[in-house]
Design a protein. Structure first.
Length: 263
């Protein structure tokens, strides 16, 4: 697990497991029917995280799928208790960037999607810790499931102000490139879910994947590349530098990519 704010959870074709995996069991019942964008892995959460999960998950979280049924449309107004712009973060990992960016923009509602329960538990605990501060965080909700599944079934056309995809698994071997999350079909789906003027913000520290993302994003006719310092964007694109990046300042270069949904 990295401290990118992700757990490198976007990219693998997963065969049916021999034994149930506590971290992916129930997340998506069709792993063996399509090439998914995440790896299967095992992980545990602490007793404290479990207690926080039991207390907060019914209010702040939900499972994308229930058995074999696809998820239904998401009513964000009812879930957040207000009408506000919605940003979807696909693969929030441990939630480092999620929490910081939500704190910086309390007027925006953030839906954070992650396959792995451990990462979601860490984010829930971080949200809980803000309750004792001067500015408790109330504008984050969590979904455990496949980001493409969530985009396909839980959000309608022109429903999102922004989509964030930070440090998706690059799957560097050529034979694995089909497992990368940001492919033409996914770009088209994201473009459809963005409202006109909405933005897709992607970041990666893998230069080969950066070139791939740039190519497929620029090829989507409903997306227009914009500069990171563009004025009048509907949401912040100032992503916090995580511990991982601070440790790797002499290492991989992080590429930030930004597109705007055309009218």
């Amino acid at each position: 697990m990295s401290d990118h704010g992700r757990m490198h959870s976007t990219g693998s074709e997963v065969a049916a497991p021999v034994a149930p995996d506590p971290d992916t069991e129930g997340v998506h019942p069709h792993f063996n029917r399509r090439v998914t964008s995440f790896r299967a892995r095992r992980s545990t959460i602490s007793d404290g995280q479990q207690a926080t999960w039991d207390r907060l998950w019914p209010q702040l979280g939900r499972q994308a799928r229930d058995g074999d049924e696809p998820p239904g449309p998401l009513d964000t107004n009812a879930w957040f208790g207000r009408h506000a712009p919605v940003v979807l973060e696909i693969g929030c990992g441990t939630g480092t960037s999620t929490l910081a960016m939500a704190q910086a923009e309390p007027g925006i509602d953030v839906v954070a999607v992650e396959v792995y329960r451990r990462g979601l538990a860490q984010l829930l605990s971080a949200i809980d810790r803000t309750a004792a501060t001067e500015h408790p965080v109330s504008n984050i909700r969590l979904i455990r499931g496949d980001g493409v599944d969530v985009l396909t079934h839980m959000f309608g056309s022109a429903s999102l102000t922004g989509v964030r995809v930070f440090f998706p698994d690059p799957w560097p071997k050529a034979r694995h490139h089909k497992r990368r999350l940001l492919q033409p079909d996914t770009m088209a789906l994201i473009a459809d879910r963005l409202r006109p003027g909405g933005v897709l913000h992607a970041a990666t520290d893998h230069q080969g994947y950066a070139a791939h993302i740039a190519e497929v994003g620029d090829a989507e006719p409903r997306l227009r590349r914009v500069a990171m310092d563009s004025a009048d964007l509907p949401m912040s694109v100032t992503r916090p530098v995580t511990k991982y990046e601070r440790k790797a300042l002499a290492g991989p270069v992080v590429t930030e990519l930004l597109w705007e949904r055309t009218p």
